[in-house]
Design a protein around this ligand. Structure first.
Ligand SMILES: Nc1ncnc2c1ncn2[C@@H]1O[C@H](COP(=O)(O)OP(=O)(O)OP(=O)(O)O)[C@@H](O)[C@H]1O
Length: 283
């Protein structure tokens, strides 16, 4: 990223306030309980503590290297915390395998697109839905009715999800032939195919133009309106301020703020943390 003059403020939010979040309850869905994670001498997460409540859209922000993706990786079972624990739906998930956490209802997208490029959009989603399939290898081999039923339902569901994210016209196209924005939408649809109660989005707007960002904002709201709680890592402050109900800010692995977007925007520690971030990222 280029060296540009820094902005000492975090911008006003775009669009209507996300605070019509009456959907948000105070019922905890995910609890990050004093989590520390060390990589050798690097303390990637330092006693990080926050709660995500059912029905809300929570922003997880912070400058590059603050620990946001590491936090996702600890939550989704990729890394184990050195100290502390994570609870999801009231159950301790520290030490649980990735697929178990997915089955419990947590889905995520990645910073770098991870689709199967040669598969069609539809097939990419069907693969994502496999986490919930009950058909055994035996019933697939012997083509038992249950296998056919699951296949038919899976196809129908994949179609619905493509429609939901707005790319149903591309269902038979190979993922590699989709535009960048369509691929990102497909990733979201694939994550939704696991029927999550919590969807974690890691920089979903990276590389988007303003119109695509606005469409993404609408899509995130639509996802929440389906009753899915959303955790959003995003550098684009306009998007974050426009769509989140609450924001947690990390800096050098430590939580430095946790509050409403309007509060976080005015927080001096947050403003100071962002003095090091290029203009593009805060405009
Ligand atoms: N596997 C790893 N081994 C060693 N250090 C790591 C590893 N993963 C992350 N880190 C370090 O942990 C810190 C936090 O990184 P992380 O990727 O979580 O930050 P981030 O907030 O997601 O940054 P960005 O916005 O640039 O994606 C950084 O200092 C990073 O170098």
């Amino acid at each position: 990223m280029g060296e540009t003059v820094q902005k000492p403020t975090v911008p006003e939010q775009a669009g209507p306030p996300a605070a019509e979040s009456t959907a948000a309850t105070r019922e905890p869905l995910l609890e990050v309980d004093h989590v520390t994670l060390r990589f050798g001498g690097v303390v990637a997460l330092n006693d990080v503590d926050f709660t995500l409540y059912k029905g809300e859209i929570l922003g997880l922000i912070g400058p590059n290297g603050a620990g946001k993706t590491t936090c996702f990786n600890v939550m989704t079972g990729i890394y184990q915390p050195s100290e502390g624990e994570i609870r999801f739906r009231g159950e301790r998930i520290t030490g649980k395998k990735k697929h178990h956490i997915t089955k419990m209802g947590m889905a995520r997208t990645f910073q770098n697109i991870r689709l199967f490029p040669e598969m069609t959009a539809l097939e990419n989603i069907q693969v994502g839905a496999d986490a919930h399939h009950k058909t055994s290898v035996i019933s697939a081999l012997f083509r038992l009715p249950r296998h056919y039923r699951e296949e038919r339902d899976g196809l129908e569901k994949a179609r619905r999800l493509l429609d939901f994210v707005g790319i149903s016209g591309r269902m038979h196209d190979a993922a590699r032939n989709l535009s960048y924005g369509e691929q990102r939408r497909l990733e979201i649809a694939r994550a939704l195919a696991t029927d999550p109660v919590l969807l974690c989005l890691d920089e979903p707007a990276a590389g988007f133009n303003p119109a695509e960002k606005e469409e993404l904002l609408q899509l995130i709201r639509k996802i929440r309106d389906q009753g899915i709680t959303v955790l959003l890592i995003e550098h684009d402050m306009r998007l974050v301020m426009g769509v989140t109900d609450r924001i947690v800010v990390l800096e050098f692995g430590k939580k430095i703020a946790d509050g409403l977007p309007a509060e976080v925007r005015e927080d001096h520690r947050v403003i100071a943390a962002y003095l090091g971030v290029p203009d593009d990222d805060v405009a």
